[in-house]
Design a protein around this ligand. Structure first.
Ligand code: HEC
Length: 176
């Protein structure tokens, strides 16, 4: 009986010591683990910020498009290839000065003031967005005319391929 009591106490003591040890270990690990987690979150944020910047850099209708930016494409644009794309525009536009059709004459359009073709009745939607038809503005407008200049009466769906737009604008720059 005495022996049993001693053994019981000894076993209880060992178990208690073990539990305290395990609890201590668990507490220490969860504290350490928690700290490590917070640290990991900092890293995740530091990683997200440059990704958001990259998105902001590509504002201008190009957000979903991969590949070189407009300046790069325009610098090496092929005006001869652009001439073939003019077929998308000729139904409504002429390149002759003063000759308006459904759309205004695009004679000398690159660098021209917006809404400036003489004798053409514009909607006013374009000059609400742009001042001068710089190559960059033409690129943004021609990507999605209705999206870029809401209310425009140019019913053209746009040219989705960035390279095509750069080539076409390079061609227009040779006209006038
Ligand atoms: C279905 C007819 C139509 C087609 C096709 C069309 N346009 Fe237009 N475009 C218009 C009309 C109409 C306007 C006048 C828009 C307004 O006043 O809102 C216009 C306006 C413009 C302007 C502004 C001109 C200025 O004087 O400010 C540019 C630039 C232009 N178009 C380029 C193009 C190019 C490049 C293409 C071919 C890729 C094209 N358009 C295809 C009808 C068309």
């Amino acid at each position: 009986m005495f022996d049993t009591m001693t053994i019981t106490k000894a076993v209880a003591g060992v178990c208690t010591a073990l539990l305290i040890f395990l609890f201590g270990k668990w507490a220490a690990e969860s504290l350490y683990g928690g700290a490590a987690e917070a640290h990991g979150e900092e890293h995740a944020q530091a990683y997200v910020i440059p990704v958001e910047d990259a998105g902001a850099d590509s504002i201008g209708g190009e957000a979903v498009e991969e590949g070189p930016d407009f300046a790069t494409l325009y610098a090496s644009a092929d005006a001869a290839a652009g001439e073939g794309l003019w077929r998308n525009c000729r139904a409504c536009h002429s390149l002759e000065a003063g000759k308006n059709g459904t759309g205004p004459s695009l004679h000398g359009i690159v660098g021209r003031t917006v809404d400036a073709a003489e004798g053409y009745s514009y909607s006013g939607a374009l000059e609400a967005v742009y001042d001068v038809w710089s190559p960059e503005h033409l690129d943004a407008f021609l990507t999605d005319p209705k999206g870029a200049a809401p209310g425009t009466k140019m019913t053209f769906k746009g040219i989705s391929k960035a390279e095509d737009r750069a080539n076409l604008i390079a061609y227009l720059a040779t006209q006038g």
